[in-house]
Design a protein around this ligand. Sequence first.
Ligand code: PXG
Length: 460
Amino acid sequence: MKNTQPVRSTAEYQAMDAAHHIHAFLDQKALNEEGARVITRGEGLYVWDNEGKQYLDGMSGLWCTNVGYGRPELIDAATRQLKELSYYNMFFHTTHPAVVELSERLFSLLPGNYSHVIYTNSGSEANEVLIRTVRRFWDVMGQPDKKIFIGRHNGYHGSTVGSASLGGMAFMHEMGNLPIPGVEHIAEPYWYAHGGKLSPAEFGLKCAQELEAKILQLGADKVAAFVAEPFQGAGGMIFPPESYWPEIQRICRQYDVLLCADEVIGGFGRTGEWFAHQHFDFQPDTLSIAKGLTSGYIPMGGLVLSRRMAEALIAKGGVFAHGLTYSGHPVAAAVALANLDVLQGEGMVQAVKQDTGPYLQRCLREVFADHPLVGDIQGTGMVAALQLCEDKASRQLFANEDDIGWRCRTHGFDEGLIIRSTHGRMIMAPALAITRSQIDELVGKTRRAVDRTAQELGLL
Ligand code: PXG
């Protein structure tokens, strides 16, 4: 597929961008010296830059374009809805068909213990709403002292004040005096880096039991909820040991602490199940969703509530003092519904579970098991991470792993592959629409990027 003619030169776009735009999560001064990559087009699994260079997008945008780029069904749904009803709100006793249809479809995909959703525009907002809704729930349950949230170090729940507080990114907390009061953190279940001599199972239990210790320290009557991603996404695609989630669930149930799963990355088929908590086999009380809900074509997120929570809030809560202008936006809802039609109609989630997911995971393990730079391969379905390490036997990480990961990712870009580094982990999460031959391309290009990095380090 040919790239369309650039309207402006890349240098022009870069200069205009540098003049007016503060980017996400980077040193703006350094970017302005280097110039931003200008992406102009996307189709299927590929994007093109302003120079016409093609990239296989190994991270589906930002873990969100689950059906791939440019699907006409989603584009047509947006166009139809824009013509029919371009905007209306959910305030003042009002609804509209697009959002009603979407809600019904969403709960046809979810287990029966969930019944209601509060729509937002993003994952960060879903987690902001989580804080207020959980606190409100405990108020109406007659336990107004249950207010504290427990999150995890290196967890990611968004970039707004509340959601960044729930998250455990120290460098984010440094900006803007976070976390807010009433949020505590426990260790992340990252066995490769922190497990020491413990087996993964022992380490998983140890990390989970930190939750129990924290609840006992704070008082169970003060703790509202534990919030976590089923697997850590932005933190490095870190999969917890198998012993972790059953123990977390036992602790939450024992102390009547709500279990809140952040499904923003894991939801909508990423693991081969519709939601990642189903892959890990635990039953959260709330689900934060976004990204794959619309495959990123248009912003939309939400907070899914268990029947127990929704019934209590509806029966006893009175006025729910929350609402966003764009909650349940009709165009977003129409696109989400079309997205779910494609995911379901083409059996994409099933394919990830039964065919393409196992194939990707098998190829990665075959290609990288004996690689001198790769100490561990984690993942399931359409999400995976390669752990780069200095010494495989002792699981020694590189002191400058950020730099090495970044170099590897840059080699990936040279090879025409978008892959992401998080510290020393090379992480990938391509669109669920990927074919076996595109998986071959993804693994082959990743291999060349990792090999080039290993050669620079004198390991190959
Ligand atoms: N929860 C999780 C688990 C996420 O991954 C959010 C909440 C926030 O969603 P919004 O829509 O507000 O961005 C996210 C977002 C990365 C990266 O570098 C990941 C995210 C965002 C930006 C970068 O992996 N995830």
